[in-house]
Design a protein around this ligand. Structure first.
Ligand code: ADP
Length: 420
């Protein structure tokens, strides 16, 4: 009996103890669930100490991975945003899921997402490349020229292995193509330009060898002609070297503040004899209070001498050449929209033969001469050298002309205002 009672008492005590433990644990878990919802992971319930420290370490690991993923995503977003190549991700139906800003620019459309590939790309060869990739699940590449948009695009379509969609990479090859054309034209122009004086040197020496040497007056004429051809070749090589030095970025400017009128006066002095011989009137029109410009005097004099030299070549006796300089505030260069700021606009005006409208856009190209028979001597390099020099001064050069009335060559140089 005593044993039964003892057993009952022990049983009641144990049951109450377990019930109490169960109640405490339940309450602790509920409380812990409540605080976890408020992003607090430390529990003050003794029994949950282990669990809470495990949860805390898992949570901090997750937070660390989350931060790393966020940083990775931000880096990727920056790369995609800054890339000049277009990136498009499309699903199996060709609906765009993602496109970076460059893709929008290349296809000249905004809001590419949720639109179809065909609607955005608008070129059957490129759309066909995407279709082929979808069918074969093989990488496809296509290059096309878009004459209406003056663009040359290359598209690479890569099948997405994780989905049935594809990744489209678009590259703008317009500039590279243009450079290739310029290089090809340059080599063909150069060979052509060298062939003419070399052929005439060849003919002159052959004539001398074939007996002209025995006729001193004729020999003298031929030697003079040889001298002219050699001079032309030397000038061409000098100008080519100058151009290549400038184009390879080796043009170092020795800039200092110069009064615009001083620049015009010194160029006019250098060309005075030549203009007088050609029976031309050379004048300088320059306001007295023009602000100074920060320039390489020697280089800009070279530009002016070049322009005056051209004016002399293309203006008949009795004509006039006027050099001028004036301030232009908020100057907007031709064909541009952003103002260049306050500039000094220099001009070399002549009353010569003028330039046909069709040639105007090309006269600053290397070797470009309007009418080779009319030009006589000249390499067609002078204006392209002038353009480089002016642009190295953050300036612009352009021309206006009316055939048989004359031409005006302008260039602008920014005024650097002294700090207030
Ligand atoms: P060039 O050495 O042949 O003069 P430039 O580059 O200086 O080469 O000039 C390119 C071409 O632009 C010239 O060949 C000529 O046809 C034309 N040109 C330049 N300046 C004048 C001008 N003042 N009047 C008429 N044509 C000009």
């Amino acid at each position: 009996m005593n044993y039964t009672l003892l057993f009952l008492i022990v049983f009641i005590i144990l049951t109450s103890w377990f019930a109490w433990r169960y109640y405490k644990l339940r309450h602790g878990v509920d409380q812990y669930a409540r605080i976890v919802r408020q992003n607090i992971f430390e529990s003050n319930v003794k029994e949950l100490g282990n669990l809470s420290s495990s949860v805390t370490s898992v949570i901090s690991m997750l937070a660390f991975q989350h931060a790393a993923l966020d940083a990775e995503r931000a880096r990727l977003a920056t790369v995609l945003e800054q890339m000049t190549d277009g990136v498009i991700i499309a699903d199996a139906q060709g609906i765009i899921q993602f496109a970076n800003p460059a893709a929008g620019k290349l296809f000249q459309t905004s809001n590419l997402t949720n639109r179809s590939i065909a609607e955005v790309i608008r070129h059957h060869q490129l759309v066909e490349a995407w279709r082929r990739c979808q069918q074969t699940r093989q990488l496809q590449s296509e290059s096309v020229e878009l004459p209406t948009r003056h663009q040359f695009l290359q598209l690479v379509v890569i099948p997405d292995r994780h989905s049935s969609g594809s990744l489209l990479l678009v590259q703008d090859l317009t500039r590279i193509r243009r450079l290739e054309t310029v290089r090809r034209d340059f080599i063909s122009n150069l060979s052509h330009e060298l062939r003419t004086p070399l052929a005439s040197l060849n003919a002159l020496t052959e004539t001398l060898q074939d007996g002209a040497l025995d006729d001193p007056p004729a020999a003298r004429r031929f030697i003079d002609q040889i001298q002219i051809e050699v001079d032309a070749l030397t000038q061409m090589v000098t100008e080519l070297l100058e151009l290549s030095r400038i184009e390879s970025g080796q043009l170092s400017l020795d800039r200092r503040p110069v009064a615009p009128c001083d620049l015009l006066d010194s160029a006019a002095r250098r060309m005075a004899l030549q203009t007088e011989r050609a029976n031309l009137n050379l004048r300088v029109e320059c306001g007295p209070d023009l602000p100074r410009v920060n320039i390489d005097l020697q280089r800009l004099e070279q530009v002016l001498v070049n322009l005056i030299h051209n004016a002399v070549k293309f203006t008949g006796a009795g004509g006039e050449i006027v050099l001028s300089a004036e301030t232009t505030e908020g100057f907007i260069p031709q064909g541009e929209t952003t103002p260049q700021g306050d500039v000094i606009r220099f001009a070399v005006r002549d009353t010569g033969s003028g330039i046909p409208a069709d040639d105007m856009s090309r006269i600053f190209e290397r070797f470009y001469r309007v009418d080779k028979s009319r030009t006589g001597s000249g390499t067609g390099l002078g204006l392209s050298i002038a353009k480089h020099i002016i642009e190295a001064h953050q300036g612009r050069i352009w021309a206006e002309s009316v055939e048989r009335r004359g031409s005006t060559f302008y260039f602008s140089i920014p005024i650097t205002h002294p700090p207030a």
